[in-house]
Design a protein around this ligand. Structure first.
Ligand code: PMP
Length: 358
C-alpha cells in the first residue's frame, strides 16, 4: 500500500545497496568475495567455549580486548583504532562523521557501490571521477577542492592495487580534508597505507575481518587513524548505539588476530590459486586487469557476460554480474578453493563450447 504524500514527504527515502545473493542451497559461491577457508580453529574453539552467562550482560562498549589485540598486532596505540560491525558499519560512521563540509566528496565512478548509497543517505554531495580506460584511478582527478576523498585499495570490483606513492600523492594534495583508504582486500595485495597514518593526521585506513580472516558472518571491521579522529568517530558511534560489537565478535575477533600463522597460510593459498586462475582465464581467452585481490574482474571478447553469468548459475556456480554502465561485459569472480575454481573452468569451457556451436 502506498503512503499518503503528506506523510511520505517527511520520511527519509533511501535507495539501498544491493548485496550479492546468499543462496540457501549448496552452490559454488564465488559472488561476494568471501574466503573459501574456515576461520582459524582457535576462533571456533573460543565460540564453543562461550557460556550463556556472558550473553546475559551487555558487551564491553569500548571493545577493549579486541582493540588491544589489534593495537599489538599493528604496533600502534589503542587510541588509534575504532571498531565496528563489519567495515560497512565503520565506513558509514566515517561518512557521517567526516564528510560535513557541504563540498563534494570524491570517489571513482567504478568502485564499491555502497559509497554512493551512504552519500545519498546522509545527503552528502559527491562526484565520481571516471577511471581511465584501463580502469585505473587517475590521481590528478583528486587534486581539486573537495569535501573528502575515499577509495578502496585494491579497488573493487577492478582488483587493481596502487602503491603507497600513489596514496601519498593523493594525501599531499588533500591535506585539508579527510582521506579514507578502504583496505578490505589489502592482505591479498601489497603494502598497506597504515604506516602513512603516522605522517598524515587526516588519513583513515579501514580494514575488515570478512575477507582475509574468513569472518564475514561475524561482522568485524576497524578504522586506524589519528587519535583525535578516532575520538570523533567514537563520539558519533556513542550517539547512535553504544554496543555495536557483540560478545561473540569480541571474543572470536581476538582469537583471529592471535592466529597469525593460520592467517598467512590461508591468504597465501588464495594468492596462489589466484595466480593460477589468471593463467587459466587467459588460456580461455578472458581479459582482466591484473588482480591483487581475492577476486578477478574479467570479460571475454567473444562471449556475453550475462549469458555466462546465467549459464554458470544454472550449474550452481555463482559469480557477480552488474550489467551497469562501462562494466556490462564484466564478471567478478571470487577466488575459491583450487577445486572450486577447477569446476568453474570446466563449466565455463562447456558453456563456451555450447555457445560457439550454436
Ligand atoms: N569495502 C569494500 C571495497 C568491499 O568490497 C566490502 C565488501 N562488500 C566492504 C568494504 C565491506 O565489507 P564488510 O562490511 O564485510 O567488512
Amino acid at each position: 500500500m502506498e503512503l499518503r504524500s503528506d506523510i511520505m514527504k517527511n520520511i527519509r527515502v533511501a535507495e539501498p545497496y544491493v548485496p550479492g545473493e546468499q543462496p540457501q542451497h549448496k552452490v559454488i559461491k564465488l559472488n561476494t568475495n568471501e574466503n573459501p577457508y574456515p576461520p582459524a580453529p582457535e576462533v571456533e574453539r573460543a565460540l564453543h567455549m562461550m557460556e550463556g552467562e556472558c550473553l546475559r550482560l551487555y558487551p564491553d562498549p569500548a571493545a577493549e580486548a579486541l582493540i588491544t589485540a589489534l593495537a599489538k598486532y599493528h604496533g600502534i596505540k589503542k587510541e588509534q583504532i575504532f571498531v565496528g560491525v563489519g567495515s560497512d558499519d565503520v565506513l558509514a560512521m566515517c561518512f557521517l562523521t567526516f564528510f560535513n563540509s557541504g563540498k563534494p566528496v570524491l570517489f571513482p565512478d567504478i568502485t564499491y557501490s555502497f559509497y554512493k548509497v551512504w552519500a545519498e543517505l546522509y545527503r552528502i554531495p559527491y562526484e565520481c571521477p571516471k577511471l581511465d580506460e584501463d580502469f585505473k584511478i587517475n590521481s590528478q582527478d583528486y587534486y581539486k577542492e573537495n569535501g573528502g576523498v575515499i577509495f578502496p585499495n585494491p579497488n573493487a570490483p577492478t582488483a587493481i592495487y596502487e602503491d603507497l606513492d600513489f596514496v601519498e600523492n593523493i594525501l599531499i594534495h588533500n591535506q585539508e580534508v579527510i582521506v579514507i583508504v578502504d583496505e578490505a582486500y589489502i592482505d591479498f595485495a601489497g603494502k598497506s597505507a597504515l604506516e602513512l597514518t603516522e605522517k598524515y593526521d587526516n588519513l583513515i585506513v579501514v580494514r575488515t575481518f570478512s575477507k582475509s580472516r574468513s569472518m564475514a558472518g561475524m561482522r568485524i571491521g576497524y578504522a586506524v587513524g589519528n587519535p583525535a579522529l578516532i575520538g570523533c568517530l567514537n563520539n558519533v558511534k556513542y550517539s547512535v548505539n553504544s554496543y555495536t560489537m557483540n560478545q561473540a565478535a569480541l571474543i572470536s575477533g581476538v582469537e583471529s588476530v592471535k592466529a597469525d600463522a593460520y592467517f598467512h597460510e590461508t591468504v597465501n593459498k588464495i594468492i596462489e590459486t589466484r595466480e593460477w586462475a589468471k593463467i587459466r582465464l587467459s588460456e580461455l581467452g578472458f581479459v582482466f586487469p591484473d588482480s591483487k585481490a581475492n577476486f578477478i574482474f574479467a570479460k571475454h571478447p567473444d562471449y556475453d557476460a550475462k549469458m555466462l553469468f546465467e549459464k554458470l548459475k544454472q550449474h550452481n556456480i555463482y559469480v557477480r554480474y552488474w550489467g551497469s554502465d562501462r562494466i556490462e561485459q564484466y564478471l567478478r569472480i571470487t577466488i575459491g578453493t583450487r577445486e572450486e575454481m577447477e569446476q568453474l573452468f570446466d563449466v565455463l569451457e562447456k558453456c563456451m563450447e555450447e555457445n560457439s556451436e550454436a
